[in-house]
Write a protein that binds this ligand. Sequence first.
Ligand code: GCO
Ligand code: MG
Length: 401
Amino acid sequence: MKIVDASVVVASPGRNFVTLRITTDDGVTGLGDATLNGRELAVVSYLRDHVAPLLIGLDPHRIEDTWQLLYRGAYWRRGPVTMAAIAAVDVALWDIKAKVANLPLYQLLGGASRERVRTYGHANGRDLPELFESVRERLDQGYKSIRIQTGVPGLKRVYGVHGEPEVTPDGHPRPLVEDWDTAAYLRHIPTVFEAVRSEFGAELPLLHDAHHRLSPQQAARLGKDLEPYDLFWLEDCTPAENQEGLRLVRSHTTTPLAIGEVFNTIHDFRTLVNEQLIDYVRAAVTHFGGVSPLKKLFDFAAQQQIKTAIHGPEDISPVGMAAAIHLDLAIHNFGIQEYAGYTAATEEVFRHAFTFDDGYLHPGEAPGIGVELDDELAAAYPYVPAYLPVNRLADGTVHDW
Ligand code: GCO
Ligand code: MG
């Protein structure tokens, strides 16, 4: 069996999704997600100009060998663009292998370790009434665990939640500029959790994303202040490129910690896992080089009793989400899966076998990852230049978003 084609489809049915399709001489196709929100076309070029020509003629069954060829063979290692491109190849090859075996991917990863995959959804509101309404909406949709994000008095927007980019008069998009005040946030957030607990009770698992905005000292204080509200986790409490910074946070709070959605390789987690400084690894199939390296990270984390929580916002395409759900079902140390759902248009462009029911996902039994991309429909949603928001303090200083 040989690879005869590797082509990239860019479609924007709600978000700009980048999809790689690999085709074999037997006519079997595999899909991989290479979406990198706000920097999509860099990955498109990496794949089209540099990776696709290398794939032609290779045996699609040699997944590990191809992964090592792309990772080591480029000489320039790591980074989100490289690892998103390699992820798309890895997932497309797993899709092909599982289709040829006539099995859903999770069967090749060891088979099911559970019946269904627990998820959490997002609730957001500018103030408490709006937030409570959003929580109720998620509960009605079946979610059993909920991430809580709110506005902070005095600040313009609910932070850490996507907004429409600003468009200049000449039609060129600019990142939306948000404002930030860490002291106001640290004062406000514990009052939000107190209110949510008294409205929804002690048992509802609640999560919160600090979106890399705090120093280790501030993160330690927030973790401590939130202990009475029994969070499922506090996410990205401080920028974890400084992995050692988590030592300070960890030594001051028992609030569980989740980190890793912006990480690309196992090396980014080395200190965090070896020293058991976090409780959940958040890496995504799409940004971490695919299913193969993510499985290695999860096995590494399992040795320190750390669980998984694959990143799954709307900017992971249904292709990346499907690959995640197969892994979730198969691994032993699964924790929870983030799932934000998709627009109706996205659901039409990407037809998928995975299902969301009563707050749980299942990958389905279709051979491969179980996603097909409708090229004709995809063509109706051309690329739209877009940026993630940026963040500034009151004096204009750029802060982490
Ligand atoms: C999450 C993330 C997202 C990111 C987004 C950036 O926990 O889901 O923080 O909300 O902001 O993935 O593109
Ligand atoms: Mg996050």
